[in-house]
Design a protein around this ligand. Structure first.
Ligand code: FES
Length: 343
């Protein structure tokens, strides 16, 4: 197997992140990537009886990377490494091919059916060669209502492709695979588009078109927050757990003002979240909180006895559990006993 410049860059500490480092591809694994087989009923499958996959297309360098991934897990539990392993083979070939499945099965001691079952479950594992850029448009409820549906439709028409299809050859710089995605966990910036999982917030159809046109013309616009763009293969390698050591990636802001709005208000009001351990909270503070909590419980109990309600709804009243049932200790059981008696 020969390495593409893209892959080589990934193994040299992700150094070649300029657009000139985009993968000419085709040198790793099957030339141009073999496409998934379509079953008679129209489904795509990665398991091809006639071409079951060849783990040997991945050379010693990739096996060494696999060994690093497996070493992160307890001895004897190498199968737990399957998810990063799938990202690793995707970083080599741009998708999870039959060869990638065979390689993961070979290295982890799994069957190919077990690997394929996982690879086809998660949408981040691509079943066809992916372009230099994976453009994901959130069309979940919030983004969809705020313009995500129109953005996806506009980009689909502009690129002439549909879901999971690629404009241009995946082997070429500037190629774009389009997908619509469910919530991208950035609802506070809706509508959101990601490029190789980096965020472009508060998009409009115009800004999204501008973004895609820049990518196609060989530019890499800066994401709204997070690390600078890299190729799909390179981001797959990062997700496999190999650190992106570009200095600008390490210093890039991960959040923005909307994400931190709640924290800011809490700080202004002097609110503090309960801590989880004595190292962040003194014993006196624990005792103080425990006392306040008992006081609230006592107030609620008193209010319940007088028929007054202190909670905002019936849902925050104490549940009738066996522990709170006065007759729970009876031989026939408290609450069920009363139900049987019609009380
Ligand atoms: S709905 Fe789009 S990021 Fe959550």
């Amino acid at each position: 197997m020969s390495s593409t410049p893209d892959v080589a860059a990934g193994h040299a500490g992700m150094q070649d992140f300029g657009t000139g480092g985009a993968s000419p591809a085709g040198g790793v694994g099957p030339a141009g990537g073999d496409r998934p087989r379509r079953t008679p009923d129209g489904r795509l499958t990665l398991l091809d009886i006639e071409r079951p996959g060849n783990p040997d297309v991945f050379d010693q360098r990739v096996r060494d990377d696999a060994a690093q991934i497996i070493a992160r897990y307890p001895a004897g539990q190498s199968r737990s490494a399957l998810l990063p392993m799938l990202h690793l083979v995707q970083s080599e070939q741009g998708y999870v091919s039959p060869d990638g499945i065979a390689f993961c099965a070979d290295v982890l001691g799994l069957t190919k059916a077990q690997v394929a079952a996982v690879a086809t479950f998660y949408t981040m594992y691509k079943r066809q060669p992916t372009g230099e850029y994976l453009v994901s448009v959130c069309t979940n409820t919030l983004c969809g209502m705020l313009g995500g549906d129109e953005i996806y439709q506009t980009l689909s028409e502009l690129l002439g492709v549909g879901m999971n299809q690629t404009a241009g050859s995946p082997a070429e710089p500037g190629s774009i695979t389009l997908e619509h995605a469910e919530c991208l966990a950035a609802c506070d910036y809706a509508p959101v588009v990601t490029v190789n999982y980096e965020f472009f917030d508060n998009q409009t159809t115009e800004s999204a078109v501008g973004l895609v046109e820049q990518l196609r013309s060989g530019n890499r616009p800066a994401p709204t927050r997070g690390a600078p763009l890299c190729s799909f293969k390179q981001i797959s390698r990062q997700i496999a757990g190999f650190v992106d050591d570009r200095p600008e990636a390490r210093t890039a802001p991960a959040t923005g003002a909307p994400t931190e709005a709640g924290v800011t208000v809490a700080q202004q009001l002097g609110h503090r979240a309960p801590s989880y351990g004595p190292e962040t909270s003194s014993a006196a503070e624990h005792a103080e909180r425990a006392a306040a909590s008992s006081e609230r419980h006592a107030e609620r109990a008193a209010a319940n006895n007088t028929g007054a309600r202190t909670g905002s709804s019936a849902h925050d009243e104490p549940l009738q559990t066996s522990g709170s049932d006065p007759s729970a200790g009876s031989p026939t059981g408290g609450q069920s006993e009363r139900i049987e008696k019609g009380e």
